[in-house]
Design a protein around this ligand. Structure first.
Ligand code: BG6
Length: 482
């Protein structure tokens, strides 16, 4: 298929996502000759502008290394731009003519990326279907969250998309599925004999999946306030990680076999109970620097009385034979002390202790970012004459073991997957249904009861109450981290 002409259309070409992520990504893929030779890129948005305007806006997000200048010029030569409304069919007919000009030969494929606000998802997809589908090859559509705000709105969007395209044509991005260590989860679990016998409630005490960011909603408050951290990060990114950790082994690596298992394990999770959720909202730090002084409510785009959580900790329970009673704790927050996304699989204490309670729990840590790493915390005798215990690690830190170039960006991988037609790392419709089933009731409850989030200081580790809560879920902090 890579021999034939391909057109990649970016709706929302003048927006933030296009500028910061999509243009840089397609440039890297183009630079590395990863895409079909004959690929053309078309930006589409309402703004009247030219390719040079886009280039100017994207420049600072695109890394051009010495010696790549000529290739960079070539990249912009295969770019074009068309302005049009999102809801006018005639504009899409013009777009269709524009694409057709590139499509010499009997076969030609089209990919449409919707980097647009959810309010126009339906219009854009409808118009693509009516005026822009390829008659000489495949048509694929990439969409980004939010996929609705709750079960009802998500179903409505799914039904709409389902009426226009086949599931095989729809690529729902959860960019966490493009991250190296998230993709690694399947291999760690199913290509190693050592883990599978202990991957269960007999051996594992708790699983903690965390996401931390050191900045607030700066400038994105308008969008964020309508969604909150639970919809922004937990219901999608963290739940995806959970399903890859907890699912049974798929029959094969076929994308649908994998996604069948992910859906199956989600079906075993009951909707989150109010007692299993704690929420927080950051307040300014008077001693902090710059933005740290400002709390969430100081953001001019956020309503003054907003109770939208910027931090959340929830325990999910999987009611099946493997996991009953093991808390899966999802924890995420903005404006915290550091950037980190990681999984901690904490093993139970060794029964029949002979070390006077000095042995810490084993923990398998999968650090998604920054600095991909996989390490197993374990107890050893401290080297030397004394017979003491020391906590140590079997450590696979990627930067020490592999070259940086071996870890591509999530978006590069995912966009390439769309070209090759690989849906393994994209969210299937029924996964989404289950995710909303688990989260909608608690989200509704928070809104109905106008639950006030616990305050935490910008740059801190989150609300202090969260640590106490964590302890109730059979998670123990050991000396080396907090
Ligand atoms: C996005 C969220 O999905 O993920 C953002 O909308 C968040 O709020 C981002 O900042 C985090 O992505 P990453 O790849 O930087 O961890």
């Amino acid at each position: 298929d890579f021999k034939h002409p391909h057109t990649f259309v970016i709706f929302g070409a003048s927006g933030d996502l296009a500028k910061k992520k999509i243009y840089p990504t397609i440039w890297y893929l183009y630079r590395d000759n990863s895409l079909p030779n004959n690929t053309k890129f078309i930006g589409y948005a309402r703004t009247k502008q030219t390719v040079s305007d886009i280039r100017e806006k994207c420049k600072k997000y695109m890394n051009v290394r010495p010696g790549e200048e000529e290739k960079f010029e070539q990249f912009w030569q295969v770019n074009s731009y068309e302005s049009g409304a999102y809801d006018k069919r005639v504009d899409y007919e013009l777009l269709n003519q524009h694409i057709s000009k590139f499509e010499k030969g009997p076969i030609a494929n089209r990919i449409f990326y919707l980097a647009v606000p959810p309010s126009v998802f339906e219009k854009v997809t409808e118009n693509i279907r009516n005026a822009c589908v390829s008659i000489k090859g495949y048509t694929r559509v990439i969409i980004e969250k939010p996929f609705g705000r709750d079960d009802v709105s998500s179903d409505k969007l799914s039904n709409h998309l389902g009426g226009l395209f086949k599931e095989q044509q729809i690529y729902r991005i959860d960019h966490y599925l493009g991250k190296e260590m998230v993709q690694n989860l399947m291999t760690i679990r199913f290509a190693n004999k050592i883990f599978s016998p202990s991957w269960n409630r007999e051996n594992i005490a708790s699983v903690l999946i965390s996401f931390k960011e050191p900045f607030g909603t700066e400038g994105r408050g308008g969008y964020f306030d309508d969604f909150g951290i639970i919809r922004d990060v937990m219901q999608n990114h963290l739940l995806q990680i959970l399903s890859l950790i907890a699912m049974e082994k798929p029959t094969s690596l076929n994308p649908d076999d994998i996604r069948n298992e992910k859906v199956k394990v989600l079906k075993h999770i009951s909707a989150i109970d109010k007692k299993d959720l704690l929420i927080g909202q950051y307040v300014g730090n008077p001693d902090g620097k710059g933005d740290e002084k400002l709390g969430y409510l100081d953001d001019p785009t956020v309503p003054k009385n907003s109770v939208t959580p910027t931090y959340a900790l929830a325990a999910l329970w999987i009611n099946n034979e493997r996991w009953e009673g093991v808390p899966f704790i999802l924890r995420c927050g903005k404006a915290l002390n550091e950037r980190k996304a990681e999984v901690r699989i904490q093993y139970k204490d060794v029964p029949g202790d002979i070390f006077d309670g000095k042995a810490q729990r084993n923990e398998l840590v999968i650090r998604v970012q920054p600095g991909e790493a996989l390490y197993l915390k374990m107890m050893c005798k401290s080297p030397g004459l004394k017979f003491d215990l020391v906590e140590t690690e079997l450590d696979l830190t990627y930067s020490l073991r592999y070259k940086e170039a071996d870890v591509p960006d999530a978006y590069e991988r995912l966009i390439l997957d769309v070209f090759t037609g690989t849906q393994m790392h994209f969210v299937r419709n029924d996964e989404l249904t289950e995710a909303w089933r688990i989260f909608t009731p608690i989200l509704k409850k928070l809104e109905e009861d106008n639950v006030k989030p616990l305050p935490y200081v910008y740059g801190s580790r989150g609300p202090p109450e969260a640590d106490d809560r964590l302890a109730t879920y059979n998670f123990k902090y050991s000396g080396s981290y907090k």
